[in-house]
Design a protein around this ligand. Sequence first.
Ligand code: CA
Length: 421
Amino acid sequence: MRHSPMLATLLLALPATQAMAQAAPPAAPAPAPAPTASAADLATFKGCMARLRGSAAGKGVDGASFDRLTSSLAPDMTVLPLLNQQPEFSTPIWDYLAALVDQQRVDDGRAMLAGHAATLSRVQAEYGIDPATVVAVWGVESDYGRSFGKRPLLTSLSTLSCFGRRQPFFQGEFIATLQLLARGDLRDPGITGSWAGAFGHTQFMPTTYQRIAVDFDGDGRRDLVGSIPDALGSTANYLKKSGWRTGEPWGYEVKLPAGFNASQAGRTNRKPLSAWVAQGLRRVDGSAITGVAADARSAVILPAGASGPAFVVFRNFDAIYSYNAAESYAFAIAHLADRLRGGAAFVTPWPTDDPGIGRAERRELQTLLLGRGHAIGEADGMVGTLTRRAIVSEQERLGISPADGRAGVRILEALRRDSGQ
Ligand code: CA
């Protein structure tokens, strides 16, 4: 498994993939004030860094390099609450997909396919991963390089290495970052990423970077921050090492046969495709399932239960899933790749009367909220805590139940009517 929460940087102020798994929680409490380091914390940090200096020396980061890279670091205690953060609002899969696979990301992705066609062709020849899949990962991970995360990596990782409940894990990530800087793959000690340390075009964690990244532009450095070819090649290398099968589909939207027993569904309940087909499983348009062998191990997934879209998935879905272990995430990548190839939206509607909205509609919603006097910052299409709280307030004012903070069609249309549009 590669990285912890990182999609958050794209569309939510909290980890989307974690939020997915949660039931709707009660109304959120006010956030705690940002913690600052006490004198005791600073002493702890100093002692911890001295120990890490010794550990790093055994891993190719000599004392002089360690001192050069870390001498100005101070702990950032604001990162620690994020370790234990529970999502304040649940994110239904239709919201998640509406934001990640919106028209803007499809249009941008097609431009990237064209603009980087030569590199992507070389990537396909070298690793066997098709251009649309590689570009879809890039688009979901960092919005094609627009969103790398804003927290200084060495500061976050050194803090998490010395405080909190996952210190050994983060020490490994911290030292891996120092290795990347010491050997010159990375040159800027001030690089930023997610609070947990994922960074660059592909949002690799540092240890994954150490293991998987490739120098695809041939300049002698593996640079997933500054080099798009390195990033695209590394993404493909990741998928290849995760068991990608060249030329196979990830899966299809399907039509369940009458009487299908939904308890058979689930990503880990694998059967030969022929066993599903024998039950009557077909693609959603009624055609046969093609592109994989009859005995290909396959699972049926019902991401929103038996009344929503149904999918059959194969080995390549698992390769995508391994990138960040969340089914919603894997569906976003897979679906974006299909859309980049010219495919249509899913046929079966999600089981909701309040569908999700893309970034253009989110910006419109935020503009309407700003017009109502909610101080939510810029209308940037990123639905974070402030926007959600403002939505709760407007839902209550307009009598919309549940007042759950969701950015969806229902509140957007209500605010349009309310503002006379
Ligand atoms: Ca390079």
